[in-house]
Design a protein around this ligand. Structure first.
Ligand code: ZN
Length: 534
C-alpha cells in the first residue's frame, strides 16, 4: 500500500481529513498572496486596470547622451578582444552577437585601422583602450557605441564612434548615414553649431566655427531616450581637450525632417526599452557594408557638375604646398567667393598645428593631398623611409577628415623608381606641376600673380605655397582674374580624372595620340629643382 491510497482513504480517518483540509487551505492562501504580489506592481494596485499587453518599458539613458541598452538583454552576446601586435599597448573589446557575425568582422577591421592610424599619427603614442555599449537593439537594428581612450605624450583623450547595423542585410552604416544626405547634414550642422556644449550645465567653450558637416565629426550620432538627436564630439575635437566630451542635442521635432529612412528606424528603435533581443537567423544577404549612394559627410573632391574633358570648359588646378598656414583660411574665403576649388599638398607639422583648416578645406570640396611629414628629398631615402614619411600624413589627415588621400607630391619634385613603387603600393599618384610661380623665392604679390595668370592654360597645374603672405595676397587677384578669363578652377583629381597610383602627372592636357605615355619624361622637365624646403 502506498501513500496515495492511504490519503484516498481519508474519510475513514477524521484527523487526517482536517490536517489535509488545513494544508490545502493554507496553500491556496499562500498562492493567492504570492500571485497577486507578482502580477501587480505597487503603483498599479490603486490605479488603472491592469491591461493584458503591457506597453514596452521606456528607454534608459541621460537626456545628454545616447540611449543605453543593457547588453544582458541581448541573447548570447559575448565580448571579443582585438588582437594587435604593434608597439603601443592596446586593450580593445567589441561585441560578438550570434547571427550578427558580419558586424563583429567589420568592428575588428575598423578598430584595427583606427589603432593603426593612431599609432602612425602619433610618434608619442602610448596606449589605445576601447570598450563598447549598445545604444539600440530592436527591429532588426543594432547600435554599437565605442568609447576609446587614446594616450600619447600629451596625455589621454576620450573619443566616441557609433556604428549602425542592419541584422537582415548585414549592412553597417556610419553615424552620418542617419541623416538624409549632404544637404541635410549641412542643415544639421547649423543646428549643432548653435547647440554645442559640454553637458555640465555650462555651455563650455566649444568653437562653432570649427564644426563642419564631415564624417569624422559626425561619427557618433544617435538618439536620447526621448528621441532627440544627439551628436557627440571627441575630447579636443571642437573644444579644449580638458573639457572632455562635447555634445549637441537637437530637439526631436527639429531633427525629424533631416533623418534618412535609416535614421527614422534608428530613432524608433532607440526610444523604446529593450528587455530581450535576439537575432533569429543569419542575415539574408551580406552586403559587407557597401553603401549604395554617397555617404553624407564624405565630401568628394570631384564635382559631378564639371566636365574638364568638355572642349568648352577650360580647367586649371591651383595647388598649394607646405601648409596649411595661418592665413590659409583667407585663401579659403577667396576660393569660396568664386566657387573655385584648389588642392592642398599638406605636410605633417602644419596639419597638427592647423587641423581645423584641414577639416574646413575638406568640407568645402577642396582636395587634400600628401606632401610628406618632414619634406625630405624622397629620392635620397630608402623605400622604408619614403613609406613611413608618407604614412604619418596619411594617418593625420584621415583622423581629421575621415578621408584617405589619393595624391601625393614629392618635395622638390624629386622622385625615382623606389618612390614610384612605394606610392603605387600606397595608392598614391605622384603630382608635379606645369606652371611654377616661384612664389617662395620672389615674395612679390604682382610677380606671383602675373606668373600664375600668364602661365595658365587649359589643363595647367599651377604650383604655389600657402605659407607665404604674399601668395595669399596674390591668390585673391589670381582667382578673380582666372575666373574673369573663363577658367574653372578645379581640384587635381577633377582635372586628371582617374589616376594610376605611382604614376607621375605634370598636367591635365591629354597626351598627343602618337606619343607613348612615358611619364618620367615629364618628371625630368620639372623635377630636381625649384621648390624650397619649408
Ligand atoms: Zn614643398
Amino acid at each position: 500500500m502506498n501513500k496515495q491510497s492511504r490519503l484516498a482513504m481519508a474519510p475513514d480517518h477524521p484527523l487526517i481529513t482536517v490536517v489535509v483540509a488545513l494544508a490545502v487551505l493554507a496553500g491556496m492562501v499562500l498562492l493567492a498572496t504570492r500571485s497577486s504580489g507578482e502580477s501587480e506592481p505597487p503603483e498599479q494596485t490603486h490605479g488603472a486596470p491592469v491591461s493584458e499587453s503591457e506597453p514596452p518599458p521606456p528607454a534608459s539613458g541621460d537626456p545628454d547622451g545616447l540611449t543605453e541598452v543593457d547588453a544582458a538583454a541581448v541573447a548570447g552576446v559575448e565580448e571579443a578582444e582585438l588582437p594587435y601586435d604593434g608597439d603601443v599597448s592596446v586593450a580593445v573589446t567589441y561585441p560578438v552577437i550570434p547571427n550578427a557575425e558580419p558586424l563583429a568582422d567589420f568592428l575588428e577591421r575598423e578598430l584595427t585601422d583606427e589603432v593603426h592610424a593612431f599609432e602612425a599619427a602619433n610618434p608619442g603614442a602610448v596606449s589605445f583602450e576601447a570598450g563598447w555599449n549598445l545604444t539600440a537593439a530592436r527591429d532588426g537594428l543594432l547600435g554599437v557605441r565605442m568609447t576609446r581612450v587614446e594616450t600619447d605624450s600629451e596625455g589621454s583623450r576620450e573619443g566616441y564612434t557609433t556604428y549602425w547595423y542592419d541584422t537582415a542585410t548585414a549592412a553597417h552604416h556610419p553615424s552620418a548615414a542617419l541623416v538624409g544626405g549632404q544637404e541635410q547634414l549641412e542643415e544639421l550642422n547649423g543646428l549643432v553649431r548653435g547647440a554645442v556644449g559640454n553637458g555640465d550645465g555650462g555651455e563650455g567653450s566649444a568653437d562653432p566655427d570649427v564644426i563642419h558637416p564631415i564624417s569624422s565629426l559626425y561619427d557618433s550620432v544617435g538618439f536620447n531616450p526621448d528621441g532627440d538627436l544627439v551628436v557627440e564630439f571627441d575630447a579636443g575635437q571642437v573644444a579644449p581637450a580638458e573639457e572632455g566630451r562635447t555634445r549637441a542635442v537637437v530637439d526631436a521635432g527639429e531633427a525629424e525632417g533631416l533623418l534618412s529612412e535609416l535614421g527614422l528606424r534608428v530613432r524608433d528603435a532607440a526610444t523604446v526599452g529593450v528587455e530581450d533581443f535576439s537575432i533569429a537567423a543569419p542575415p539574408q544577404a551580406d552586403k559587407d557594408g557597401q553603401e549604395d549612394g554617397p555617404v553624407p559627410g564624405q565630401v568628394s573632391a570631384v564635382d559631378s557638375g564639371v566636365d574638364c574633358s568638355d572642349p568648352d570648359t577650360k580647367c586649371v588646378a591651383l595647388t598649394y604646398d607646405d601648409g596649411p598656414g595661418g592665413r590659409t583660411p583667407e585663401l579659403l574665403d577667396a576660393l569660396a567667393e568664386y566657387d573655385a576649388r584648389a588642392t592642398f599638398f599638406v605636410t605633417g607639422n602644419p596639419v597638427m598645428e592647423h587641423p581645423h583648416t584641414v577639416r574646413r578645406a575638406y568640407a568645402e570640396g577642396h582636395e587634400i593631398a600628401n606632401h610628406t611629414l618632414n619634406h625630405p628629398d624622397l629620392a635620397g631615402l630608402g623605400a622604408g623611409g619614403v613609406r613611413s614619411d608618407l604614412d604619418v600624413v596619411q594617418a593625420l589627415v584621415y583622423r581629421e577628415t575621415g578621408y584617405s588621400m589619393d595624391l601625393m607630391r614629392p618635395p622638390y619634385g624629386s622622385t625615382n623608381e623606389s618612390v614610384a613603387s612605394v606610392t603605387a603600393d600606397m595608392g598614391l599618384a605622384q603630382i608635379l606641376w606645369s606652371v611654377d610661380t616661384l612664389d617662395w623665392k620672389d615674395r612679390k604679390t604682382s610677380l606671383v600673380h602675373d606668373r600664375a595668370v600668364e602661365g595658365a592654360s587649359d589643363g595647367a597645374i599651377i604650383l604655389m605655397h600657402d605659407i607665404h603672405g604674399t601668395t595669399i595676397d596674390a591668390s585673391r587677384a589670381i582667382i578673380r582674374d582666372l575666373d574673369e578669363h573663363g577658367y574653372t578652377m578645379v581640384t587635381v583629381s577633377q582635372l586628371l580624372g582617374t589616376t594610376t597610383p605611382g604614376e607621375i602627372y605634370v598636367d591635365g592636357v591629354p597626351d598627343a595620340p602618337e606619343e607613348s605615355a612615358e611619364p618620367s619624361e615629364g618628371a625630368g622637365e620639372h623635377g630636381e629643382e625649384d621648390e624650397q624646403a619649408p
